[in-house]
Write a new protein. Structure first.
Length: 293
């Protein structure tokens, strides 16, 4: 009994020493969580407030909540239906996803599985484009598309996606394809397959996690893009959701903050649904991208 009591004493002392540190860690984590969630809670509460009660108010939730901010969305903005903005954003987002997956996967296959002169140099130059700030290319691109009479169309926003200009996604897929065993290519060639068949029937199915990861990021980036549509689109009926939100503040010099916040929450639903639908593929892509074949 004395030996058991002696053994239990150090354990109890160890628990007493660990308890303050564990308690401090949990309190700190809760504080960080509160700071991160505060803007989200504020936006949710603000969507049920009147516009004049939003600015300068310290209350997270109103004492007398209203739902007119949501019901007024059915009336549209400046005689334009809210569904028009969502359709335009969905068109650009889906078009961007298709372009990125098609062009970047094909380019990645060439860099990862085909040996040709200057491959390493071209790959290095492509990676180097990641160092170029977006604003450096903004004016030359605008002048180019203006001379091609493509302003106020969706072409400037989609064309680059179909030309593999997104070096990050090409790099992601190249790293994934390089981890695939070379024996797959050799076995396919013995069966008479060329590069097109190997790319379509072998590489794409095996690279599904990388493709889904690229699709998720592309969809979110395109849906949330504000600068691109602001530069190239002039007519309100071609605006995306991000530009539609701006119209809540600009129309008639009256700021409808309640409607803007309500629409911003509604605009999050497609992105959230897309992410939840493919999140397990995103996790698989991150988990397997570092494995060696």
């Amino acid at each position: 009994m004395s030996a058991q009591a002696t053994d239990a004493t150090p354990r109890a002392g160890g628990l007493r020493h660990k308890l303050p540190g564990s308690l401090a860690w949990h309190i700190g984590s809760l504080l960080v969580l509160a700071v991160i969630l505060y803007p989200v809670i504020w936006v949710i509460g603000g969507s049920f407030k009147k516009s004049e009660d939003i600015v300068g108010s310290l209350d997270l939730f109103p004492g007398d909540p209203i739902i007119s901010n949501y019901t007024s969305l059915a009336d549209g903005i400046a005689d334009i239906s809210i569904s028009t903005f969502f359709y335009n954003s969905l068109f650009l987002a889906v078009g961007s996803v298709i372009g990125i997956l098609a062009s970047c996967s094909l380019t990645a296959y060439a860099f990862a599985r085909i040996r040709f002169a200057g491959r390493n140099l071209l790959f290095t130059l492509m990676i180097g484009t990641l160092l170029l700030p977006y604003h450096v290319l903004l004016i030359p691109q605008y002048v180019l598309f203006r001379n091609m009479e493509m302003i106020n169309t969706y072409t400037p926003l989609l064309l680059g996606k179909y030309l593999a200009t997104e070096a990050f996604f090409v790099f992601l897929m190249v790293q994934f394809m390089r981890n695939m065993p070379k024996e797959l290519d050799e076995a396919a060639r013995l069966d008479g397959c060329g590069h097109v068949r190997i790319y379509w029937s072998i590489m794409l199915p095996l690279c599904r996690p990388a493709l889904i990861t690229s699709a998720i990021f592309t969809f979110i980036n395109s849906w949330n893009d504000f600068m691109g549509p602001l530069i190239y689109l002039n007519e309100p009926d071609k605006y995306t959701v991000s530009l539609g939100l701006k119209m809540f503040v600009d129309q008639d010099a009256v700021a409808n903050y309640g409607g803007m916040i309500a629409m911003s929450l509604v605009a999050l639903l497609p992105v959230l649904a897309f992410f939840l639908a493919f999140q397990r593929y995103l996790i698989d892509g991150m988990a397997t991208s570092g494995l060696k074949g």
